[in-house]
Structures are given as C-alpha cells and as structure tokens.
Design a protein around this ligand. Sequence first.
Ligand SMILES: NC(=O)c1ccc[n+]([C@@H]2O[C@H](COP(=O)([O-])OP(=O)(O)OC[C@H]3O[C@@H](n4cnc5c(N)ncnc54)[C@H](OP(=O)(O)O)[C@@H]3O)[C@@H](O)[C@H]2O)c1
Length: 354
Amino acid sequence: MSESTGGADRFTCGRMVRATGAQTIGNIKVPLSPICLGTWIFGEGNAVERRKKTLEVMNFAISNGINMIDTAPLYGQGFSEEVLGEFLKNKKREDIIVATKLGLSKEDSGWVSNLKKERMYQELDESRKRLSTDYIDLYQVHYPDPSVPIASIAETMYGFYQKGMIKAIGVSNFNLSQIKKFMKYSPLHALQNQFHMFNRGMEDRIGPFCFKNSIAVISYAPLNVGLLTGKFFLKDIPLSLETAQRINAVELTEPRFSINKTCLFRLNNISKKYEKSLAQLVINWTFSQKGIASCIVGMRDIDQAEENLKSMGWSISEEDMEEIGRILEERERKIKLSPVRRMVKKITSLMKGI
Ligand SMILES: NC(=O)c1ccc[n+]([C@@H]2O[C@H](COP(=O)([O-])OP(=O)(O)OC[C@H]3O[C@@H](n4cnc5c(N)ncnc54)[C@H](OP(=O)(O)O)[C@@H]3O)[C@@H](O)[C@H]2O)c1
C-alpha cells in the first residue's frame, strides 16, 4: 500500500514486496503464507458436524500451502480454538503458525472488551489450554478496550513476549493513533485489520506507517464475507441467514447493488483471462498489495478451500493491476456521487443528447 490512492505505483511496489519473499515476524521462524485460514465461520452450527468440517478444512489447507491459522476465543466461545488444538496434536507444531486473540467475549449484553492485566494472563492460559500448546505464535489484541490504558495493554503483551509465552505481538482493529501509542510501550510485529477491494481505508496512512515500521499487515475478510466472490451479484445465489448477519447489507442494496454488480462483472472478465475465478483474483490482488504479509480467508468447506487456495502461485500482470485499480476507483467515484449530483449529471448528459 502506498500513500497514493491509485495508479501504478501502489501495484508495482506491491509486487516488488512480494517478490522479495514472504515475511517472518517476531520470533516466528517460518515466513507467513500469503493466505491464512480464518476460523470464525467454524463457530457456527451443529457441534459434531462443525468439528468434522473444521478438521477437514484445516487438514486440506495445511496440506496445500497454508501455514497459518487464525482463531479467537470469541469464535464459537472457545470451540474454534479447541478444534485447532485437536488438529495440532497430530502435526509438527513448529510448522504451523497459530494466531489467536484476546480481550473480547460475547455476553448476553453483546460483545464485551476486557483487557485488564489479570484477565489478559487468565485468557492466555485458557487459550493455551484449549489449543494444547505451550506458546502462541501470534497473539493479538482483538479490539482496543477503552476502559484500559493502551500503555498497560502493551506492557502486558510485551511481558508475554519476553517470557516466551508468545512469539509475536499483534493488535487488531486499531487506528493509527492507538498503534503509535502501543509502540511506545512494546514492540509491535503485526496488525490485523479489515482490508479488501471495497474497503481500502488503510492505504492512506496506516499501511504506509506499518510498512515503514516493519509491522506486518494481515488483512481480514478479503472476500468481504463472500460479497467479492460475486455470488450474490453475478450468480443470484441466495444469501443464507448466518451470512446475512455478518455481511454489510448496504452493498446489496441499491444504488450500491448495481454499482457493485458492474464492478464485479468487469473484474470477473479479468479473472477469466487467467482461467481463475473471481474469488481467486480478489484474494491474489489482496495479498499482492504493498505491505500485506498475509490475508485471512474464511472457507466454509473443502470446495471453497480448494478454490481459494488456487489464488496462490500465480500473479496478476502489471497492466491488469492497473486496470483493476481503475475499476475500483470508478466504483468509489460512483458511490461518492450524491443522488442530487447523479441526477444533475444525468440531466446534463440527456441535454447533451438532445
Ligand atoms: N480481527 C477481527 O476483528 C476479525 C474480524 C472478522 C474476521 N476476522 C478473521 O478473518 C477471517 C475471514 O473473515 P470472514 O470469514 O468474515 O470473511 P471472508 O474471508 O471475506 O469471507 C469468507 C466467506 O466468504 C464465502 N466464501 C469463501 N470462499 C468462497 C468461495 N470460494 N466461493 C463462494 N463463497 C466463498 C463464505 O461464505 P458462506 O459462509 O456464506 O459460504 C465464507 O464464510 C475470519 O475467519 C477471522 O479469522 C477477524
């Protein structure tokens, strides 16, 4: 990512960064794979079925080029970590990067943050137990807790790192000023924030700052919870209730629906040139951006995993990167146009036609 909001610079740099090889962070010995398996989705549904599917997808992913799995106590209230723990028992531990989080739980009142020092220690112990592991590779503060000073959170994380209980320190959903504050009290190895084709907010300030300070950016939800696969726009696949609860419904509502449909149709044409699916193009584009060390993709089953893993091992040409940049900027411009401006524009063009 660069400070410019478009054009060749960003993409040329992005490709150069990946060309130098994958990134290692903190005391983790193996470089991060461009795709990390996300496990939020595994927290849903029937437990027996979920466990079986989760293990299947984990096995498939790790056998096919992924070396990092991202989880959190929040995902299925510990279920996702527990299944990952079961999975790790039959694997060479040092080959797999286990990324988990702390500080967020689901209560009857909704999501609750708690990053008090004693609770942080307690959470680390609980996660290590569920994961059947002595250490966490990448430990991430899930969300800032407004009731606890960042200095205290950072010092506790640094303590975990110094004691070898975790191998790398990460934060998630932090803004630039929170990142800077955290760095006064602790090293910071990774930032996990949302970044995808329809949400490039990190490109202006956070991305360049992280790049300059060697903080690996790990983007989550690169498919925008499935919207960017095009299935709701180009294939009319019905939205399931559980996906509907996680998705940004505005993107499926007019005027955005039509704007997105055109955009994804054009991107899909580019993917066809590579004999790839739209999802594969989108994931490849995401991890190829400057400063992105890996992107965390959710995969519900083996079919999705099989498709998504084929996003790796090829590259989008510079020319197509530029074309994708233009398509995305055009979408942003159309969305920014207010209804009044859109009407004025339409009237002007109609008058020109008379
Ligand atoms: N740090 C944080 O606060 C935070 C927040 C959100 C997510 N995350 C991490 O990021 C991971 C990924 O996020 P996410 O699952 O929300 O979003 P995502 O990776 O953008 O989208 C995953 C969803 O897209 C659909 N999908 C994936 N591959 C597909 C394919 N090939 N064809 C059709 N549909 C496909 C599936 O939807 P269906 O289930 O509808 O089939 C899947 O659940 C999470 O698991 C979690 O580890 C972190």
